[in-house]
Design a protein around this ligand. Sequence first.
Ligand code: NAI
Length: 349
Amino acid sequence: MAAFEDSAFDAHERVLFCHDARTGLKAIIAIHSTALGPAAGGTRLWSYASDDEALHDALRLSQGMSYKNAMADLRFGGGKAVIIGSPDFKGTDALYERFGEFVEQLNGDYVTAEDVGMSVDIMEKVARTTRFVAGLSQKKGRAGGDPSPKTSFGIFKGIEAAVRFKLGNESMKGLSVAVQGVGHVGYYLCKYLHEAGANLIVADFDDARVKRIADEFDGRGVALGDILSQRADVVAPCALGAVMNERSIPELQTTIVAGGANNQLESAEDGQRLHDAGILYAPDYVINGGGIINVASEYYGDASDDEVWDRVSAIGPKLTGIFEESASTGKPTSVVADEQARRIIAEAG
Ligand code: NAI
């Protein structure tokens, strides 16, 4: 395993390999940057094909968290943990407590929360042995709990900003939005869009989820393979990553791509492809920052739940700034966002 030679290695400050024979824990904690504050980012539980793949994921995701946290104006650097699963993996209380001890050993340089494969319940177990954890059960009136509604609200504000910038519309009334994936994030996004008067087109593997959107928000379900190529004012990927690529981009019949999925661009060139096609792309880690804003407010205990909603609203103006810089420099929005994030981190460092 060659950490320094890994293509995702980007001057990471520290990488911790955690092993515990008693519980079977194998985990990697990658700290990309603490320039802006403790390196914050969730823990992913995943069955990786190899330890190399796990390391690559931890390095890649922790760099992404540095950018996301910087662009959300948080006093957080970027970090990420992966717990390496396996077919006979046993997520015992003892394993999560042991993981918490490793997080504790980093003495606050890394703050964890949930990501794929984790839950509020599991984070409560991790929290038995470390103070440096968020994403716990919500206390009345305080920030915390499931971040999805806040994530979706930020995406909604981002879509409004994109529509204002690209189409000149001050309202979502009568506009159409194609939403790929109506799980946690997609569901709440549909709710906000419906309340604002938008027409919804949706697709999901899970028919019951599509039906729920049809029943509650008058959405129209379409086949999985057709959602991205809908003739719609906005396409909002809210399921998987890598959905914007050299195959899908020529098929798009929209002028705005703005959704919550992480890592929507298959490669950096896809940002340029969208730009060249005249499609306004809202960089994913900026538009979906509502969840981490919620986590930061919970961790620092510096905001009421109402104040967190206000902080999430700032995603709209933040994106407008990126769109304007892209228009004045001719650079893709994805490049502008990366440059802004790197600048913020470098200035702090
Ligand atoms: P989820 O698992 O609740 O929902 C994802 C939905 O997408 C599921 O209903 C699934 O059936 C559907 N889906 C999967 N592949 C699909 C496909 N090819 N076509 C159509 N539907 C498909 O996950 P969640 O929490 O809603 O997250 C969605 C995306 O947003 C992920 O990329 C996640 O990383 C990202 N995200 C989530 C945040 C949160 O607060 N939950 C925060 C930031 C990003």
